[in-house]
Every structure is written in structure tokens, then in C-alpha cells.
Design a protein around this ligand. Structure first.
Ligand code: FE
Length: 228
């Protein structure tokens, strides 16, 4: 097929999906799926070029192999917020474990069979007097190996700049209102230190087991833009 951006459909070719089936996720009112550019159609941004170049150089110079690079990407993509929620549920139910989390999240996570990587992660605990939020003002540093890849908005310039200057306003946009008696504390992550928020355990959860508690914890509450 020619590389035309219009992606015209003459419907003589066979597609496995049915354009006239409203249940088909690619269906639209014109009977065609919406145009989606190939990745090659969008110009590379500076940091994408840099990432490609550094990756190629590391492989060319024998520092890492292509398979090791691929494996690391696969490992990062395999992580999900569920691992972080297990750490929090255990911390809520076991004060001694929580004390260890507050000293060293990485070591504490390993106790649960989670490999959070070697970059230090610091836990910041929400209480009645302080509500914590994390950001990386410079780029997108995030405890990926513990709670998965960050949401797109975490990497946006808007979030990165505004949450520092007007955290309560940003939190409100997420539907989160923090009492004026509670201090809002924003933590700026770096390449060498990442943060994870320990949300407040909700009232009325005394009878819940660890799995039930973990299910209450959301990704956004571990970033601090929600309370749970
Ligand atoms: Fe960053």
C-alpha cells in the first residue's frame, strides 16, 4: 500500500472487522475507522531522538545488548500500580512493616517479593495534618518499577509546572479538595530519588483483609492527586 496519509478505503480489501457493526470499536458513522497516523508520520521530538541515539550507542559500544534493552522495556511495561497497592495495604495493617517502609521502600517492597529496582523510593505518608503530592518538575521521574508507567498527564508541562505553584487548584481539577487545615506538600522527584504517597487508611476498613485494602488503593492516590 502506498504511504498516503489519507488512508483511503475502497473496501475491496478484506478486513477482519466489520465497518457496519456498531459494536466494532473501530466503527464510526462513516463506516470507516478514524485516521490514525503511522508513528513515522509524526516528527520525532528532541528527547525521542536522544533516546534512540543513546540506545543505539550503548548497544554499538557493547555496554548493553539489544536484548537487555528490550528486556528492560518489557520489565517496565509489565509493572502495574498493583505492586504498590500491596505495599500500602501491608503498611496499613502491620505497623512494624510500615516503619520499615518509611525508612526504605525498596527493601520493604522486596520483603513482599516485589523488585522495585535500585533507584531509592521514599514513602511520604498522608495524615490529618499533611497531604502529599508527587511530581517531577524536570521530566517524568516516577517509581515505575513499583507502580508502573506514569499517566500521560504526569508528564505534561501543565501538571509539572502548576502543581508546584497552585497544588490545591490542580487537586481540585482531579476532584480532590483538601481541608485548609491540612498542609499540602509537593515532592519533586529526581533521577536519584523517587516518591510514593501512602494514602490515609479510610475509616470503616478495620475488618478488611490485605487484599481488600489493596483493592481500595488507586494509582492516583499513590501520586497524591486523590485521597484514594
Ligand atoms: Fe524526571
Amino acid at each position: 500500500m502506498s504511504n498516503t496519509p489519507s488512508h483511503e478505503h475502497n473496501h475491496s480489501h478484506s478486513h477482519s472487522h466489520d465497518h457496519n457493526n456498531p459494536d466494532d470499536p473501530l466503527y464510526n458513522s462513516h463506516g470507516e475507522h478514524p485516521y490514525q497516523p503511522d508513528s513515522e508520520d509524526t516528527p520525532y521530538e528532541h528527547h525521542q531522538v536522544m533516546a534512540e541515539a543513546v540506545g543505539e550507542l550503548l548497544i554499538e559500544k557493547g555496554v548493553i545488548t539489544a536484548d537487555e534493552l528490550r528486556g528492560m522495556i518489557e520489565l517496565i511495561d509489565s509493572k502495574s500500580p498493583a505492586e504498590g497497592t500491596r505495599v500500602i495495604a501491608r503498611a496499613w495493617t502491620d505497623p512494624e512493616f510500615k516503619a520499615r517502609v518509611m525508612v526504605n521502600v525498596n527493601d520493604a517492597a522486596e520483603e513482599l517479593g516485589i523488585d522495585p529496582g535500585t533507584i531509592p523510593i521514599r514513602a511520604v505518608e498522608n495524615t490529618d495534618s499533611v497531604h502529599n503530592v508527587i511530581v517531577c518538575t524536570l521530566c517524568s521521574c516516577y517509581p515505575r518499577l513499583l507502580i508502573g508507567v506514569p499517566p500521560d498527564w504526569y508528564k505534561s508541562r501543565s501538571y509539572r509546572s502548576r502543581v508546584v505553584h497552585e497544588p490545591r487548584t490542580v487537586l481540585k481539577e482531579f476532584g480532590t479538595e483538601i481541608s485548609l487545615e491540612t498542609e499540602v506538600c509537593v515532592h519533586d522527584s529526581t533521577a536519584d530519588l523517587r516518591y510514593m504517597v501512602i494514602p490515609k487508611r479510610p475509616d470503616g476498613t478495620e475488618g478488611m483483609n490485605e487484599d481488600e485494602l489493596a483493592a481500595l488503593v488507586t494509582r492516583d492516590s499513590m501520586i497524591g492527586v486523590t485521597t484514594l
